[in-house]
Design a binder for this molecule. Structure first.
Ligand SMILES: Cc1cc2nc3c(=O)[nH]c(=O)nc-3n(C[C@H](O)[C@H](O)[C@H](O)COP(=O)(O)OP(=O)(O)OC[C@H]3O[C@@H](n4cnc5c(N)ncnc54)[C@H](O)[C@@H]3O)c2cc1C
Length: 351
């Protein structure tokens, strides 16, 4: 039995596993119990993820993000769904070791891959385990919204389709609003951008959300671009593994007098409130906001999860790792707060 004596950091909590569900031969869902006192902290938006701390004899622990496949509107308990990565440590550890009654250390829900309005028409793309945040959005929009939803769901074969029965039931329940197009490799071959563009050309006015392996996402981006779907209506969630320890508590950095004198200034808007901060140039935006005790959204601090995405309204930053952002996003002022350091002397940033 896996138990956790004390949380590793002050942001995380220990949750008990209510159930483990075998979804396919290589995929397990983990359902968590959430005690009443944690309900508020574990309230989530469809499309968000949890970060799990997975014990390791080699490194003490690894941190891995898993999207919530449950819907906050239709499911009582939060559920993540883990697909085994060949040779991967964390996913296989979870699939092999976790059962009902075990405990895991978890960071609260995070992430920005979530529709602003559940009433809009949605064009959803998923491949393999990329279905997890997508089904949360889909179920939530069906339950709370009024728009139409088209899901294009690509898989290696019929046996790999996660949530096949649940999707079939939802199509039966919402035949006027939901269409699911299964793209199975043995029947249709690998999708191409042209094929995808032809398939979704009637839905170019919809808001697009995509999640899956990089080659699949590249195809979807190309297909949508060829149909002139603006980038502002295209949202992508990228599944990467974390290298660092987002569970460790934030330690304020020492700032020398020289660094303080040379610091930039920033007006940062968070939850409708504007804060004026000094921004020493070697620190990231997330660092300076945490130093001031602000409740900045963040998780991995490696530029991998996108939780701290925000917009530069004035000024310029440089970023160490911005690979999960598209060049068009960056051009539009989108940045990752955990990677951003100031270039100009004064900036305005909005979360
Ligand atoms: C926002 C987000 C959401 C995600 N949602 C999902 C989801 O819903 N479902 C899903 O399946 N995946 C999801 N992922 C991906 C997931 O976080 C992992 O990247 C994936 O499960 C692969 O992790 P892995 O450890 O098995 O594989 P890898 O990352 O490939 O593991 C190999 C790594 O582990 C190290 N390693 C090997 N053995 C050990 C050891 N004993 N101790 C310590 N380290 C070791 C190796 O050095 C190597 O770096 C998501 C990722 C992100 C960022």
């Amino acid at each position: 039995m896996t138990t956790v004596e004390v949380p590793h950091g002050s942001r995380s909590v220990v949750l008990r596993v209510a159930a483990v569900i075998a979804e396919t031969t290589d995929t397990r869902s983990v359902v968590f119990e959430v005690p009443d006192e944690l309900r508020e902290r574990f309230a989530y938006q469809p499309g968000q993820f949890l970060t799990l701390r997975i014990p390791s004899e080699l490194t003490g622990s690894v941190a891995r993000c898993y999207s919530l496949a449950s819907s906050p509107f239709t499911d009582d308990l939060p559920k993540v769904t883990v697909k085994r990565t060949q040779g991967g440590y964390g996913s296989n550890w979870l699939c092999d070791n976790i059962s009902a009654g075990d405990e895991l250390e978890v960071l609260p829900p995070s992430g920005v891959f979530t529709p602003r309005d559940l009433d809009t028409d949605l064009l959803l793309f998923a491949a393999g385990s990329g279905i997890t945040p997508v089904i949360s959005i889909l179920k939530s929009a069906l339950a709370q919204g009024s728009g139409k939803i088209v899901l294009v769901y690509a898989n290696r074969d019929a046996g790999s389709v996660i949530f096949a029965d649940e999707l079939r039931e939802l199509v039966g329940k919402f035949p006027q609003r939901l269409s699911v197009i299964h793209w199975l490799e043995p029947l249709l071959g690998l999708p191409t951008a042209d094929m995808l563009a032809r398939l979704v050309s009637p839905y170019t006015a919809y808001e697009a959300f995509m999640c899956g392996p990089k080659p699949f996402m590249d195809l979807v981006h190309t297909a949508l671009a060829s149909l002139d779907v603006p980038r502002s209506r295209t949202h992508a969630e990228i599944f990467n593994s974390l290298a660092g320890d987002p569970f460790a508590d934030h330690a304020p950095a020492e700032v020398s007098e020289e660094e303080a004198a040379d610091a930039a200034t920033v007006e940062v808007e968070l939850d409708g409130q504007v804060h004026e901060l000094s921004w020493p140039r070697k620190q990231t935006l997330v660092d300076i906001m945490l130093d001031k005790g602000l409740d900045v959204p963040y998780s991995c601090q490696e530029g991998e999860c996108g939780s701290c995405a925000c917009t530069v309204l004035e000024g310029k930053v440089e970023m160490e790792n911005s690979e999960i952002l598209d060049p068009e996003d960056i051009e539009n002022g989108y940045i990752l707060g955990c990677q951003a350091r100031p270039v100009t002397d004064h900036l305005k940033i909005q979360f």
